[in-house]
Design a binder for this molecule. Structure first.
Ligand code: ADP
Ligand code: MG
Length: 681
């Protein structure tokens, strides 16, 4: 019987009630419990008072020396007693442990853990044990678990010991012997034992190292096996489009592709022409020209006789893409449709019918686009963004509709390599590593909020030279309504400040038609200054805009600031970003510094990760970044990379799929539903 199949109820001392409480921690089986690792250790190793600094927490072996004195204050109490440890005499003090008084008989041995006050030669005791009653903790490192509800630390420790005693012998190795050897890892059974009961910190470290590797290896194995099997599947669409046809379109573009763009274009076309199902991530800094790459892929799909879908996060962006794609594709007779939440009624019906009949080649829209009641004549390519990353569910919805399209995922945020191979390890990655030539760097300034007059002067100067500007309102997180009011107030103030310019307003509460009209006017330079909330954050492309002013910039995260800044610097004119902020926190100041020091998105992302930690990086759980039990994505990055290479090499070999040595790993993949032919998210 495997430990993954034995319920925690089988551990003696685990009642139905406690079992229920354990479920709240995601612990169902004995294996789950054994993998419920401590997040640190409490040091109960015995020390001598002669080596202890003032204020340290310490455990000492002592003898009761004097007569205990108990003072009561209502329900509270204070117990003091003279103690002797080695040659040291000191006072031990307990709070609210009146019941100990009778047990403190002179000469009795006692183990005390507490905080040492050097000046007063006194210890405030937090835990005490009598060796004559059988000791549990003293002399050891004790694990500290994350606990709560009816599960106490003491209960958890006891239960873990019980589980190890009962089931420790059944822990079997999962890692292949060559990898255990390669990294000199502890065998699994000893590592699990020692992670809960380390004899010393070195051993605890070794146990942890082993379990970190295992966790990262198994995680990568899932991704790599999924990838390998996906590549075996030959049921993707084989796009047949020749180079001459593609070149014709590329030549029609108003610019020449950068070398980096050409490289990723080839990678994508190669995938599309193959019978394998493409699952590729396209990443590149803001303004590096990802959209045109998406356009080439969509063009190739249509020219092969199929349809494409382009999913984007906002309606504004959907409308922008429809406009620009229509312009690019019109000469080639390719039709583009728009499908968002605000397309409804008759218009929506017509659009759905055209899609189904194949009268529309490309549809741009928000997420609903590929679900619901939407049918295609022949969908073969889906371009989407990071937030709408394709999981199993979407793929299987499409399969059920009879499609198995190639998928191209674009990231709006450059992702540090660390996270890329973790969150997107199942994908192939294409990176646009340079921005189009002739782009000038964006000069970024950080000014105090009382410099509004000078900022207004700056806006006036840029617009006077024929350029356009964005003014991003402070973000008011608590209240959508206040947010909007704020934007409106600022809009009114700007109209007064700039009577000679046209000022526009954009916020999330406007109707789609209103937003569309404002954006259209801004594209057309009928509006010169756009006062906006962060709705313009992603993707908006107005090359003539050269100034981005962000108010209360310290309220925004780094990647968001970088995205906002990316709205300028998209044409041949020098561009500027002004951050207005008086950050009080150190992190806030650091963010402003990062922004003024670099405009390289990968560098910004790296610094962001440092400041925030990986947990916060993507904001939401659905981003695909897994939560590890023991590994730390940043700290254990080197292990993660090694594990990925090991897993990839393993699944590439024939032996992995056939040899009995790897049976435990294959079973694991089966349990994780990867080997059934079903896909993972
Ligand atoms: P992003 O990677 O942020 O999505 P876009 O695709 O919006 O970037 O491109 C930014 C701007 O650069 C757009 O105006 C686009 O037309 C332009 N552009 C894209 N590729 C090139 C190129 N090779 N040379 C010059 N301009 C380009
Ligand atoms: Mg293909």
């Amino acid at each position: 019987m495997e430990l993954t199949k034995i319920s925690v109820r089988q551990i003696s001392g685990v009642s139905a009630l406690k079992e229920g409480e354990l479920h709240a921690f995601g612990v169902f089986t004995v294996n789950d419990l054994l993998e419920y690792y401590p997040f640190r250790y409490e040091d109960y190793r015995l020390r001598s008072l002669s080596e202890v600094k003032d204020g340290d927490k310490v455990t000492v072996q002592a003898k009761v020396f004097g007569i205990p004195v108990l003072q009561r204050y209502g329900k509270k109490s204070r117990l003091t007693c003279k103690m002797m440890a080695d040659e040291w005499m000191f006072n031990a003090t307990w709070f609210n442990r009146h019941f100990l008084k009778d047990q403190l008989t002179p000469g009795r041995e006692i183990t005390l853990t507490g905080k040492w006050d050097l000046k007063r030669q006194q210890m405030t005791v937090s835990e005490s044990e009598f060796p004559d009653k059988g000791t549990v903790r003293s002399g050891t490192l004790q694990p500290v678990y994350s606990v709560g509800g009816k599960i106490t630390q003491a209960w958890m420790r006891k239960t873990m010991n019980q589980a190890l005693a009962q089931f420790g012998g059944m822990i079997s190795e999962v890692l292949p012997p060559e990898l255990v050897q390669k990294y000199k890892l502890m065998p699994r059974s000893r590592a699990i034992q020692r992670i809960h009961q380390p004899l010393d910190s070195e051993e605890g470290q070794q146990a942890r190292r082993r379990m970190v590797y295992e966790e990262l290896f198994l995680f990568q194995l899932k991704l790599q096996a999924y990838r390998a099997m996906n590549q075996e599947r030959m049921d993707g669409v084989r796009h047949e489009v020749d180079n001459a046809t593609v070149r014709e379109f590329v030549r029609s573009l108003p610019f020449e592709l950068t070398d980096a763009q050409k490289k990723v274009e080839l990678e994508i076309l190669k995938d599309m022409r193959s019978p394998y199902c493409m699952n590729r991530l396209l990443q590149g800094d803001v303004g590096s020209g990802k959209t045109v790459i998406a356009a080439i892929a969509l063009y190739a799909a249509v020219k092969s006789g199929y349809q494409g879908a382009f999913m984007v996060p906002t309606e504004i962006l959907a409308e922008q893409h429809v406009r620009s794609l229509t312009k690019l594709f019109e000469p080639f007779g390719i039709t583009v449709g728009l499908l968002t939440g605000s397309v409804n009624g008759r218009k929506r019906k017509d659009l759905l019918a055209s899609l189904q009949m194949g009268m529309i080649d490309i549809v741009v829209g928000t997420h609903a686009l590929i679900q619901e009641d939407v049918f295609f004549r022949a969908l073969s390519l889906v371009v989407t963004d990071e937030q709408h990353r394709f999981g199993v569910n979407q793929r299987s919805i499409l399969r059920r509709k009879g499609f198995n399209p190639d998928v191209l995922t674009m990231t709006a945020t450059p992702i540090p390599r660390t996270l890329a191979i973790t969150a997107f390890g199942d994908m192939d990655v294409s990176t646009i590593s340079e921005r189009p030539k002739g782009r000038k760097p964006i000069s970024t300034y950080w000014v105090k909020t009382d410099m509004m007059d000078r900022v207004l002067g700056f806006i006036s100067r840029e617009i006077g030279e024929g350029r356009q500007a964005y003014l991003i309102c402070p973000l008011i997180e608590e209240s959508d309504k206040l947010d909007v009011q704020n934007a409106i107030d600022l809009y009114v103030a700007m109209q007064q400040a700039f009577p000679h310019f046209k000022v526009g307003l954009l916020h999330g509460r406007m109707s789609a038609a209103e937003k569309d009209e404002v954006m259209r006017a801004f594209y057309a330079n009928e509006v010169q200054l756009l006062v906006s909330t962060t709705v313009v954050e992603v993707g908006v492309d107005v090359p003539n805009a050269t100034l981005m002013v962000i108010m209360d910039a310290d309220r925004f995260g780094l990647s968001q600031l970088h995205q906002l800044r990316g709205r300028v610097g998209r044409g041949e004119h020098a561009s500027y970003c002004v951050l207005m902020a008086d950050p009080k926190s150190e992190v806030g100041q650091e963010r402003m510094k990062v922004m003024t020091e670099t405009d390289d998105g990968f560098e910004v992302a790296r610094r962001d990760l440092e400041l925030r930690g990986p947990g916060d990086f993507f904001g939401t759980k659905q981003s695909g970044v897994p939560e590890f039990r023991i590994a730390d994505m940043v700290g254990d990055y080197a292990v993660l990379e090694a594990a990925r290479d090991d897993a990839a090499a393993l699944v590439a070999g024939e032996a992995f799929w056939t040899s009995p040595v790897y049976a435990p790993l294959r079973q694991y993949l089966q349990a994780e539903q990867i080997l059934q032919g079903e896909l993972i998210d």
